[in-house]
Design a protein around this ligand. Structure first.
Ligand code: NAP
Length: 255
């Protein structure tokens, strides 16, 4: 049975802009009627207008917004309450797709030795700690779901060091390892770390404009970015083919 053959609950973090937003449109086009798409973010206006646009394109699915998804200081109680409040929409669904997309790049003008405890703590809260907590809340909430798939938005930079991106690279590597362990602990859950390729988003522009490393800046200035829709569709193709080894890191350019 394919991932989108039966109604499913799909949850995307950082859904309001960049790749997360694009992914919501591509996922919604795959969802069978009576599925539920949950947008997690902290920009209420952007989420509301995205919901409107999604609803006009895919009226047969339910779309929910949680607009209190502030990763610096995640309110886990209100996130759990939100899922409990919508139990009626989830209780009959046998499949879950959770996409951990939200993320930040840190300050690329700083080198390893510029970093102090407040920056590291803040960065890890946004990109690791809140992600782990969200993952636990959702997987426990949907524990009885028969088919569960978890996607970690990873990067080539999880594997490859880059000057000026020490926290970004280190955190992406840590996330990849976390999801490898989730895959072995939860053999019934399909887990994938997907590196979407370089895409022209706010994050991409921040590296291109603000890195202290001129070589990296030049590399980003000369780079031909990947089209976001193409990358989102490649991820959908990977999920539908379902041939990846759970826990693996797969790159847009791998296939
Ligand atoms: N773009 C690339 O070239 C590229 C390449 C490889 C991997 N990726 C990965 O793809 C994912 C999406 O990146 P993107 O390029 O789409 O970046 P983006 O345009 O900068 O979007 C980042 C998303 O994360 C959310 N976010 C950031 N900080 C947050 C916080 N403190 N609390 C809650 N939400 C927060 C943003 O929400 P707000 O609008 O509220 O800030 C936004 O929705 C990331 O995990 C990134 O590492 C991107």
């Amino acid at each position: 049975m394919g991932i989108f053959d039966l109604p499913i609950c799909a949850i995307v973090t950082g859904a309001n802009r960049g790749f997360g937003r694009e992914l919501c449109f591509v996922i919604s086009s795959e969802l069978p009627a009576n599925s539920t798409l949950v947008l997690l973010g902290r920009n209420r206006d952007a989420l509301e207008s995205e919901k409107k646009e999604l609803a006009s394109k895919t009226p047969s699915i339910n779309i929910l917004i949680f607009h209190n998804f502030e990763c610096n200081r995640l309110d886990t109680q209100s996130l759990l309450q939100f899922f409990n409040d919508h139990d009626n929409l989830f209780k009959d669904l046998s499949s879950l797709l959770l996409v951990h997309n939200a993320g930040s790049v840190g300050d690329p003008s700083q080198s390893c030795v510029d970093l102090g405890l407040p920056q590291v703590t803040d960065y890890m809260n946004i990109n690791f700690n809140s992600m782990v907590a969200t993952n636990s809340i959702v997987l426990n909430k949907f524990a009885s779901c028969k088919h569960k798939t978890v996607i970690n938005l990873s990067s080539l930079l999880a594997l490859q060091p880059s000057k000026s991106l020490s926290l970004y690279c280190s955190c992406k590597a840590a996330r990849d390892m976390f999801f490898k362990i989730l895959a072995i602990e939860q053999p019934l859950c399909r887990v994938l770390s997907y590196a979407p390729g370089p895409m022209e988003t706010a994050m991409f522009n921040q590296i291109r404009n603000e890195s202290f490393d001129d070589e990296l800046k030049k590399m980003f200035q000369d780079m031909v970015p990947v089209n976001m829709t193409d990358s989102a569709k490649k991820l959908m193709a990977l999920l539908k083919e379902d041939r990846f080894t759970s826990g693996d890191h797969v790159d847009y350019f791998d296939f």
